[in-house]
Design a protein around this ligand. Structure first.
Ligand code: NAP
Ligand code: MG
Length: 398
């Protein structure tokens, strides 16, 4: 057959460990035989990020801004252990943190449902989509380990030279300090991204924060969401028969567990980080979750929400063909190809991506799956396969 042509390229961000291994297999077996793949390649493997002092990550962010579509493999966030393991020059910041900071925007994560994997939370009849704010807070923080007793202050120096100063604490001994920020403009685009997503999918939108304790910081999220809802979305929501619901974050968590699902849960950056993993594992596996970062300028970065699956990688290095689940990484590619096709008006690319998604889910529903899903499958899995055999099955089906 002649290969499907792409009008424009997508930014391809390679990563680390087991997901990097599977990345190459997915391209070779599921994409390149069918699509004349046009990508701009950026190697975000830890070694290369270290060697380029993270320039490659910023270049990749610029490529996503220029091309409007990117696909990213999971990457290692360096820490002391990784520094030793990879002989790094320095501890580099989280590449996802850099990309999200550059692109701003909101990360939408939705579980992938298949018939034979039942959700652990029996009340959830429909997927809960999680909208995670992708900018600021603890992901762009500044920390100090204070060596002795002393006074900690928060100081803001305005462009006009005026200073605002508050005492955080008079500390009686050594301790730790953290400074965080967010921007009204980013919270506004977070709100618009979420309300637009909810309207598009015709689902309710929930937001939870801790505004009773953090009256100014979290209070700002609550106030901005309410203002944008009232001014820009209230009428549209009422027409669509959906609602915007605000509650405290702990109340939101309690209600989520008892809900039927089928709504968008807008979460601050950290809440979204933590809660998306809870939703993913409740719905089966971390590997059954899609993730896309949508910037306010209409740029899209698709990724898996799990990490580099380090433990499997070490077993792979010892020669084992691991049963690592590639579904989220495959769906990152299909998400990016679908968006590329939509933006370029190339329907055959969109159709191909949908067929690849269907082939992937069909293989699982027919009883062939990786070990993580086999633990949950009802009826029982017919064949538990390694990643390579699983990908071959999908290719056959395709
Ligand atoms: P992880 O890679 O998500 O894996 C944690 C565990 O979850 C695995 O050991 C495995 O459990 C299970 N798992 C995750 N993905 C799976 C898959 N596709 N198939 C089967 N099982 C899967 O998290 P981590 O081990 O805490 O982090 C490893 C590295 O990833 C770290 O360096 C971290 O910085 C990075 N990370 C990157 C991203 C990102 O780039 N978006 C996100 C999170 C973490 P079993 O061992 O029980 O099989
Ligand atoms: Mg997380």
């Amino acid at each position: 057959m002649s290969k499907i042509q792409m009008k424009n390229a997508i930014a391809e961000l390679d990563g680390d460990e087991m997901t990097r291994v599977l990345w190459a297999v997915i391209k070779e077996k599921l994409l390149e035989p069918f699509v004349d793949l046009k990508t701009e390649y950026y190697d975000l493997g830890l070694k290369n990020r270290d060697e380029t002092d993270d320039k490659v990550t910023y270049d990749a962010a610029n490529a996503i801004k220029r091309l409007r579509v990117g696909v990213k493999c999971a990457t290692i966030t360096s820490n002391a252990a990784r520094m030793e393991e990879y002989h790094l020059k320095q501890l580099t910041p989280s590449p996802n943190g850099i990309l999200r900071g550059e692109l701003d925007g909101t990360i939408f994560r939705a579980p992938i449902f298949v018939k034979n994997i039942h959700c652990n939370v029996s009340s959830w009849e429909k997927p809960i989509v999680l909208g995670r704010h992708g900018y600021g807070d603890v992901y762009k923080n500044c920390e100090i380990k204070t060596p002795c007793a002393g006074k900690a202050e928060l100081v803001f120096t305005g462009e006009d030279g005026k200073e605002i100063r508050k005492t955080i604490q008079v500390m009686k001994g050594p301790g730790v300090l953290q400074g965080m920020h967010n921007l009204d403009s980013s919270i506004e685009s977070f709100a618009r991204c979420c309300f637009n997503y909810a309207l598009d999918q015709k689902i309710d939108c929930w937001l939870g924060t801790k505004d009773t304790i953090s009256k100014i910081y979290d209070g700002n999220f609550k106030a901005i969401f309410q203002k944008i809802y009232d001014e820009e979305f209230k009428e549209k929501f009422e027409k669509a028969g959906i609602e915007y619901f605000y509650t405290l974050i702990d109340d939101a968590v309690a209600r989520v567990m008892k809900s039927k699902g089928g709504f968008l849960w807008a979460c601050k950056n950290y809440d979204g980080d933590v809660m998306s993993d809870m939703i993913a594992s409740a719905c089966g596996s971390l590997a059954m979750m899609t993730s896309v970062l949508v910037s306010p300028n209409g740029e899209f970065e698709y990724e898996a929400s799990h990490g580099t699956v380090q433990k499997h990688y070490y077993r792979y290095l010892k020669g084992e063909k691991t049963s690592t689940n590639p579904v989220a990484t495959i769906f990152a590619w299909t998400g990016a190809l679908t968006k590329r096709g939509e933006l370029d008006g190339t329907q055959d690319l969109v159709d191909f991506a949908k067929k690849l998604e269907k082939a992937t889910l069909d293989v699982i529903e027919s009883g062939t799956m990786t070990g993580d899903l086999a633990l949950l499958s009802e009826p029982k899995a017919e064949r538990i396969v390694n990643s390579w055999d699983f990908i071959d099955e999908i290719a056959k089906k395709l």
